[in-house]
Design a binder for this molecule. Structure first.
Ligand code: PRP
Length: 212
């Protein structure tokens, strides 16, 4: 029998949603919803083994082949630029990558811009493309606080509903990218497990249409 397809899912709210898409696509593994500490689950009949990993680690597992396929946000893929195939836009987990500053902020192009972000690579490339000199302040969360406390001039972060920006009196300056969850595949797995991966892709693409 063919070995099971290893699938890395991002642990958290997005992962739960995405698992349900796999389930509806014909690759169920109901045990996954019953526990919250176990990290791997398999359904030999459906030919799949799922595991939960930290969202930003999904590309690491897939790039190195520990997972054949996985689901990662476009933000994570833009930041780490892993050497994987991006197969499908799952059209869920939609948000935007933006730059923002406190209400009333006036930029002084003569000064180095202080940018607080979790996405140092994205911010660096974006400001390089605009020719702006910046100083990256790398934070791991609650980015919106940085300009309020004068730690940075602006932030680069994702926004979904806009509530966090609004409640912290920040205003969007620019949209850097539209983000959503993507199905990715290890390059050699895609070659050797093509038939199975294409079956998964086909099922998920029908589900992605439901999302839009
Ligand atoms: C994300 C993001 C924003 C917030 C945006 O943070 O970094 O802070 O969600 O969502 P909204 O536009 O719907 O308000 P997350 O909840 O992942 O936590 P973090 O502060 O640890 O990054």
């Amino acid at each position: 029998m063919e070995r099971m397809l290893n699938i890395a899912l991002p642990k958290g709210r997005l992962g739960d949603k995405v698992y349900k898409m796999f389930e509806a696509a014909g690759f169920p593994c109901p045990e996954i919803l019953e526990t919250n500490r176990k990290l791997t689950f398999e359904n030999p009949e459906a030919g799949v083994r799922y595991f939960w990993v930290k969202p930003s680690d999904v590309p690491v597992y897939v790039e190195r082949g520990a997972a054949d396929i996985g689901v990662a946000g476009k933000d994570i893929l833009m930041e780490y630029q892993p050497d994987v195939y991006e197969l499908l836009d799952l059209k869920t987990g939609k948000c935007r990558m933006i730059s923002a500053a406190p209400d009333g902020y006036r930029d002084d192009p003569q000064r180095t811009l202080r940018v607080a972000t979790k996405y140092a690579g994205i911010a660096r490339r974006y400001y390089a493309s605009t020719g702006r000199e910046i100083d990256i302040i790398h934070l791991n969360g609650s980015i919106e606080i940085a300009p309020i406390l004068g730690l940075s001039d602006v932030i680069v972060d994702i926004t979904e509903t806009g509530t966090t920006l609004r409640e912290n009196d920040l205003r969007i300056i620019d949209t850097l990218a539209e983000i959503s969850a993507r199905l990715i595949a290890n390059r050699s797995a895609f070659r050797f497990r093509q038939e199975m991966i294409e079956r998964v892709m086909k099922g998920l693409s029908a589900q992605a249409e439901v999302e839009t």
